[in-house]
Design a protein around this ligand. Sequence first.
Ligand SMILES: [Zn+2]
Ligand SMILES: [Zn+2]
Length: 340
Amino acid sequence: MAKWQYTKGMHDLGNGCYAYLLPDGSWGWSNAGLIVDGDATLMVDTLFDLKLTAEMLAAYRASIPAAKEIGVLVNTHADGDHTFGNQLVEGARIIATQGTVDDFARFDPAVVQQIVTNADQFGSAGVFMKECFRPFDFSGIELTPPTETFSGTLDIMVGSKKVQLIEVGPSHSLGDALIYVPDDKVIYTGDILFTEGTPIAWYGPVDRWIRVCDMVLDMDVETIVAGHGPISTQEDVRTMRDYLQYVTDKSRPLWEQGMDYLEAAYKIDLGEYRDWNDAERVVVTIQTLFDDFGQAPERPVRAPIPYFAEMKGFRHHLGRGPVHEAYCKACGLTHGTDQP
Ligand SMILES: [Zn+2]
Ligand SMILES: [Zn+2]
């Protein structure tokens, strides 16, 4: 049996380190964390909407007195599934990299809400975004960006516990950071690690992301809180590193032949990775790899929304059912998906 159960809610990792998990880790179901020593608290990320974030804060506060007041909130990166609840962490210093601040408005909750509400007007991209984001409620969200930035590394004392923030972006996003608790051998990776799911490289370079995985593999770490998926180990980091290397190796010859990235996505044999959750994300990662190979100076080269149309088509090509199918069956939501 796995050491940790993959169940929704708070998990006590020991020594004042906590994870908060949202299975199944697919689109929008993210993880967050909390580090506590005495009265001092440092929270790692918020969740995708206000309801989920309020639930998480209530769960922390029900069992950890110090969580009444969160001293510091660190955002691992800017994506909404890690930041849209920021406004509920009142009074906290909010710290992230400059890249995260610059990236903060890439997915505006009001725009996402509008697309999800009027999906049909946005074509296939709208239909797939609705499918991915249907379980979430984007109303009332006010973008609440970090108030302080760091670059390189920053050590923060949480009570007498040292917490190290390590800038590792751009790779998954523009401003990725890891949150490391060396004495407890715990690391919160944000979306540098997707466990039991397919990573997505919005920015790249993918090569840097692979080197970040190598760096984590060299660190003295026992417990890893991924951005999505169950509580993880170094073995999961190695698996994801191998995926990124595999897609890189398969993509390069096709780029050298002058092939279009979307055509390349259909051409590549994904092997064992074809069966991974959300395998359609490879479309975005291959475009990013093509930008890497061509040394594109501007990142990202393309806006995120049109990718959702391409990912919908690719998911259909893989023979997958709708995103969140199991969840929506359980909660009674109907998807209203029309396959291309
Ligand atoms: Zn992300
Ligand atoms: Zn995420």
